[in-house]
Design a protein around this ligand. Structure first.
Ligand code: BG6
Length: 508
């Protein structure tokens, strides 16, 4: 096991939702799992006036996100955890002098023995990244003379290629790239990491993982909720920026990439960048119109309950054309994937919460056992990222009896069957990696920019007034015509709640 050095985690925007909802519960899990170093301090910093004690009450003792976990524990055990947390009020804005903050960090570092190792976690709007980095630098907090310094930034990393490049350039004025950790919580999911292991630790799959055997690849990310309280943010973002550019292209890169030379962060990320750079960028309106589709949920009734349409949600423009459904078909310009179509869709308010990758194999070159709908019985590997995490392989078997009738059978593996399974929550895993200086599961500058380079033309095209935004009733599998994107007789696989559910029906 890697050693975690003594350190301090300084969270900017600590009075916000993410700190209470994700970060402190993740740190608590690390505490419980004995993964924290001997000397460890969390210093929350933001613009709200709070004492250390008030901060601890808010994010630990009275936190709705921790209550189930801490209710079973001894009071002293929880107090010992809470006492690792401190708070510093930054005053009116993030661009003021950081003298007070610097003094506090120095004092805590000396008192608690953090060995001058600091992680700055920016849980703030991206417009503040450079401002905070500059002020940290001016306050002498970024020098690595006597301890390492790292900075973690949250998504969205940019709004377009140009803004992502600006953000990168802004951060690089004060931090070197190896010090910058861009978080993408999908990379913290076990099943996403397992894509690498499935592919590169089995001789069974890799030889067929290419254009000779694969007919097409399909990725679905579906959520059963709408935009909830985030209408204001979402209306300016949309599904393509919110999910596709970041999380789903990360998944794509792991499916597309070539085997890395070894498992080091740079080797793996080099291959992912190469993969993202090989996605064919769509340029003509004709291609963009044929290969992309946007939709928006409209009011409907789910399980007898009326749900609002997107345009009626708080913070959303009543004439909004922002997509809550995005589907993209694309090709990968390299030797391995030439002519293999990839279909990726993401949407709010679908019938089931699911993220899965489906690798559809070609029909055998010569069909000995002919059947009319043989294509439906082609081999598939279904990789369930969430929920009911696992892998399902579909293959043909003989139907007992006369003749040679072929049916599909399932071979399945579930994570829940592993008894050693101590599955870390994504934030917990990613935080621990950053604390140990392992950037494998963080996005590098060139990776983020390559993803934006692919997405930018689609976003630009979608701004055209005449690009249709198709409505779909909340709780359904998206616009009716979304199957038209597929070549031949294929269409989207609409999965059920469980990995082995047969598809095409609706579970609410
Ligand atoms: C976030 C998006 O990054 O990911 C949300 O901003 C989305 O809109 C969420 O709901 C999905 O994450 P998960 O882990 O629930 O699939």
């Amino acid at each position: 096991m890697k050693k975690t050095q003594n350190q301090m985690l300084i969270i900017f925007g600590a009075s916000g939702d993410l700190t209470a909802r994700k970060l402190v519960p993740a740190i608590y899990n690390l505490y419980k799992g004995k993964h924290l170093p001997e000397n460890f301090v969390v210093l929350g910093a933001s613009r709200s006036a709070m004492t250390d004690e008030e901060f601890r009450q808010k994010v630990v003792q009275e936190s709705e996100f921790l209550k189930d976990k801490i209710s079973k524990e001894e009071k002293d055990y929880i107090s010992a955890f809470a006492e690792k947390l401190f708070y510093e009020d930054l005053g009116d804005d993030y661009d003021s002098k950081y003298n007070g903050l610097a003094k506090r960090i120095k004092k805590l570092n000396e008192e608690k023995g953090c060995d001058h190792n600091y992680i700055f976690y920016l849980s703030t709007p991206p417009s503040l990244y450079e401002v905070i980095a500059k002020n940290l630098c001016e306050a002498g907090l970024t020098t690595e003379e006597n301890g390492w310094k790292r900075i973690i930034v949250e998504k969205p990393f940019g709004y377009s290629l140009a803004t992502a490049q600006e953000l990168n350039a802004g951060l690089h004025k004060y931090f070197n790239e190896p010090q910058v950790y861009r978080i993408d919580h999908y990379l913290g999911k076990e099943t996403v990491q397992n894509l690498l292991v499935t592919r590169f630790s089995n001789s069974l799959f890799e030889p067929t993982w290419n254009r000779r055997y694969i007919h097409h690849v399909e990725i679905t990310n579906a959520e059963t909720v709408g935009v909830e309280k985030r209408g204001g943010y979402y209306d300016k973002s949309g599904a393509l920026r919110d999910m596709f550019q970041s999380h789903l292209l990360q998944v794509v890169s792991l499916i597309v990439m070539e085997p890395p030379i070894n498992s080091s962060a740079e080797e793996i990320r080099d291959e992912k960048v190469k993969a993202l750079k090989s996605l064919r960028i769509m340029t003509s309106d004709e291609e963009l119109s044929k290969h992309t589709m946007k939709g928006q949920y409209v009011a409907s009734t789910i399980n007898g309950e009326k749900v609002k349409g997107y345009r009626e949600e708080d913070g959303v423009d009543p004439d909004s054309k922002t997509e809550t459904f995005a589907a993209v078909k694309f090709f990968v310009d390299n030797w391995r994937w030439k002519d293999v179509p990839f279909y990726v869709r993401t949407a709010k308010y679908m019938p089931t919460k699911v993220t899965e990758v489906v690798i559809h194999f070609k029909s055998p070159a010569h069909e000995v056992f002919k059947s009319q709908d043989a294509y439906k019985k082609d081999n598939k590997i279904i990789i369930r990222i969430q929920p009911d995490e696992g892998i399902l392989i579909k293959f043909g078997v003989k139907v007992p009896g006369l003749g040679f009738h072929v049916e599909q059978a399932n071979m399945d593996f579930y994570y829940s069957d592993l008894d050693s399974a101590e599955i870390m929550d994504a934030y917990e895993r990613l935080l621990l990696d950053a604390m140990q200086g392992d950037a494998t599961l963080y996005a590098r500058a060139d990776e983020v920019e390559a993803a934006w380079r692919f997405v930018d033309p689609i976003l630009k095209y979608w701004q055209n007034e005449d690009v249709p935004t198709y409505g779909y009733a909340a709780g359904t599998w998206g616009p009716r015509n979304s199957d038209d994107m597929f070549e031949g007789h294929f269409g989207w696989r609409n999965p059920g709640k469980r990995l082995t559910d047969e598809t095409g029906f609706c579970i609410l």
